[in-house]
Design a protein around this ligand. Structure first.
Ligand code: ATP
Ligand code: MG
Length: 378
């Protein structure tokens, strides 16, 4: 059984500069601050040796992808792929049925996500795009992994609590509750060691690390099999939606990437702001205003401070006008590419089928090694 080191070749002595410090629009928790520090170290290691990393990341097919996805995770995926890191992108279709029942919508949403990925710049010749339900060996990992965590540990997970609250349902399915364990199976099925995510996913990655560590300790202490993957944050680890809470597909507060220019204008116009006329960038004191300032800056590739200074006393109306213009300019090309790709669903299905096959091959190798380590070869 091949061993994969869990400690990545990270050193603080290299010359290459880490990316700009991420700016969170809410007071950052100690876990987020620690992950930001770790991200800076990882960026140096990636610059030195991109081939030592394998990325697994993904999305729930619960609706159209939005600006939070783009600046929180998608940008990093494409950048890492182009830097020579191996990239696997998962469409978590089992996780779409945890808190909603419209399974009949799944085929269109899933194929639409493939169109999004390709329009964003994910290259199917280099990257693997696959759907959860199509990779049987991946799903078999869920059972041994469930044995490695307690119900109390999952109950304490703040993201599980948030997602249960956001779903607004009086009952919680076993699948929804075990979401972070399923996510550990996704990541560890291909022994990924890097996961570009928004900050909401950090508690899940922590649990994946725990599961990897416990598996190694229990079943293969002399030759640890699973890496303990790291989350990689972007410069926008938590973008807010139009209502001032986390932008989310399921929260009716998002600005979809593929919205038309007019739809974008309508959505941004109703975004929550405050009554102060002078526009400043103060994420902790004025989170909603700061979020629009940050969004405009990200779209223009400039700093939030420069955007705030330019708008000055223009008030919320000028800020929203600037945000609308910046978003529409930034995404016009992507929207056109996506529309062209969506016109050829046959091609998109082929991309997904090839990705499913490759993910099956990788996960089958992992499952065989797991069975051997667990003495389940009869
Ligand atoms: P849902 O509401 O159905 O959970 P979502 O919008 O939260 O959807 P996910 O598919 O759960 O999207 O998340 C996909 C990826 O995008 C994850 O890495 C997540 O951390 C990141 N992400 C989602 N929303 C944001 C956001 N508002 N800011 C930054 N990153 C985000
Ligand atoms: Mg989510």
């Amino acid at each position: 059984m091949p061993a994969l080191t869990s400690s990545l070749p990270v050193s603080s002595t290299t010359a290459s500069a880490p990316p700009a410090a991420p700016a969170a629009p809410r007071p950052a928790t100690p876990a987020v601050l620690a992950s930001q520090d770790r991200t800076a170290e990882l960026e140096q290691a990636i610059a030195r040796d991109p081939g030592s990393f394998r990325v697994l990341t993904g999305d729930r097919p619960t609706g159209a992808i939005h600006l939070g996805h783009y600046f929180g995770s998608q940008c990093n995926r494409v950048r890492l792929q182009n830097a020579g890191v191996e990239l696997l992108v998962l469409i978590a279709d089992y996780q779409a049925i945890t808190d909603r029942t419209a399974a009949a919508d799944l085929p269109d949403i899933v194929i639409g996500l493939v169109a999004d990925y390709l329009a964003l710049g994910i290259d199917p010749d280099r990257a693997t795009i696959f759907a959860h339900s199509q990779v049987e060996p991946l799903n078999q990992l869920l059972l041994p992994f469930l044995s490695l965590v307690s119900v109390a540990e999952i109950s304490r997970n703040p993201t599980v609590k948030d997602e249960i609250a956001a779903a607004g349902s009086p009952t919680v399915s076993g699948l929804m509750f075990s979401y972070p364990v399923h996510q550990a199976a996704d990541i560890l099925s291909c022994r990924a060691n890097l996961v570009p995510v928004g900050q909401d996913q950090l508690p899940h990655i922590e649990l994946t690390r725990t599961i990897a560590r416990r598996f190694n300790e229990r079943y293969c202490p002399d030759a640890p099999y699973f890496p303990e993957p790291d989350g990689l944050l972007s410069s926008a680890p938590l973008l807010l939606g139009t209502d001032g809470t986390k932008m989310g597909k399921s929260r009716h507060n998002s600005i979809p990437l593929r919205a038309t220019a007019d739809e974008t204008a309508r959505l941004v116009s109703r975004a929550k702001t405050d009554s102060q006329r002078h526009i400043s960038y103060e994420p902790h004191r004025r989170p909603e205003v700061a979020n629009l300032v940050l969004l405009t800056a990200l779209c223009r590739n400039t700093t939030p401070e420069a955007v705030a200074a330019q708008i000055g006393d223009g008030g919320a109306a000028a800020l929203k006008a600037a945000a609308i213009e910046a978003i529409n300019e930034r995404f016009a090309g992507l929207r056109a590419r996506r529309a062209a790709l969506a016109a050829d669903p046959g091609y998109l299905r082929t991309v997904l089928a090839e990705g499913n096959q490759r993910a099956c091959e990788i996960a089958a190798g992992t499952l065989a090694a797991v069975r051997e380590a667990m003495h389940q070869r009869y």
